[in-house]
Design a binder for this molecule. Sequence first.
Ligand code: FAD
Ligand code: UDP
Length: 364
Amino acid sequence: MNFLIVGAGFAGSVCARELAEAGHQILIVDRRDHIAGNAFDVEDEHGILIHQYGPHIFHTNSERIFNYLSKYTEWYQYEHRVRGIVDGKEYPFPINRDTLNQLYDLDLNEDQAAEYFEKVREPRESVKTSEDVVLNSVGRDLYEKFFLNYTKKQWGLDPSQLKAGVAARIPTRTNTDDRYFTDAFQAMPLHGYTVMFKNLLNHPNITIQLSTEFKDVLSEDQSFDHIVYTGPIDAFYDFKFGQLPYRSLRFEHEHLENQESFQSVGTVNYPNDYDFTRITEFKHLTGQTHTSTSIVREYPTSEGDPYYPIPRDENETLFKRYRALADSEENVTFVGRLAEYRYYNMDQVVGAALNAVDKILERK
Ligand code: FAD
Ligand code: UDP
């Protein structure tokens, strides 16, 4: 069969490979001039490997997904660490025992840290919003220092207007583990994401067409038995029920000549200062050695390319109207962060794509 796949990010590329392996012919298109979607990385003009669309750290608890990607890349072992700046000082983030001890000049052990959280938390009967999540676990002072303003900046919304799942991505710890993620598998593609995607898409049944808009392909004289669509679902339907809100970012990349290192860890968050949310220094993530360094600042915006679905009930309601249309399509499959309007990490997109292919192959 002939497949058209729209989008060469994780969702589209995994589907392309699996369908090609099953003997089908694939045309994969992307409106951008590169593969890898938002995970795209490239050497900047100074030879430093940077992530064009912000820091991407691979982590998963799924051995199946880790093994799947391991067919297409070797790995560089990397555990991400983040610090948050409060009143000009740098603290471990997510909040752990060291954060408490340093912030409040205490000397708590693990049990005492648990007691501390128990004392300051504002228990919530039902935890529905991101405000509930944080107040319920660490109380108001830590909420205001680390979460409130970051969230307002990142989403343009108060934490009380966002579903619990957003802040629930961030754990609270009574130990001194300062890793951002605790997943069983944490690693970066040894030669970068783009090289991994090249390997993924390197199959005789796959044709790649970049700088190509989906609707232009449809208007050409080509026919496809099935479409896999990984772009925004509202755009597929010409916004007929109105626009689904997506949050965007402006990335400000900077190269620092003759400066070997900029900051102590991969990412530093600025919850209360500046218009950007965080600064990432890529050499920490990739292990690259170089006499100078490159960083990126992320400025959240409402205009621009869609990067984040915005998890709130009213958006979910609108998404479900689109999904009802999508569910009735016989020959189109919707998969990925924008098409499913889900705040997916990369590993979850790989899982969703593998499941989507299973369903397509069962049905056909
Ligand atoms: P995308 O990568 O967005 O791919 C969709 C592609 O479709 C795009 O390339 C787009 O150009 C193309 N497209 C859309 N519409 C059309 C059209 N009409 N015609 C042609 N092409 C079209 N995840 C992690 O696991 N760890 C991280 O550390 C992490 N950090 C992140 C940081 C940032 C700033 C962002 C924005 C995301 C981060 N993610 C992270 C999430 C990760 O980027 C996504 O889960 C993943 O890349 C989504 O893959 P996808 O294929 O669904 O979508
Ligand atoms: N968050 C916060 N302060 C921080 C880091 C995160 O309030 O210092 C909140 C914020 O709402 C953010 C969410 O937790 O959007 C999830 O953070 P994560 O780092 O997972 O976001 P991503 O990497 O997906 O942008």
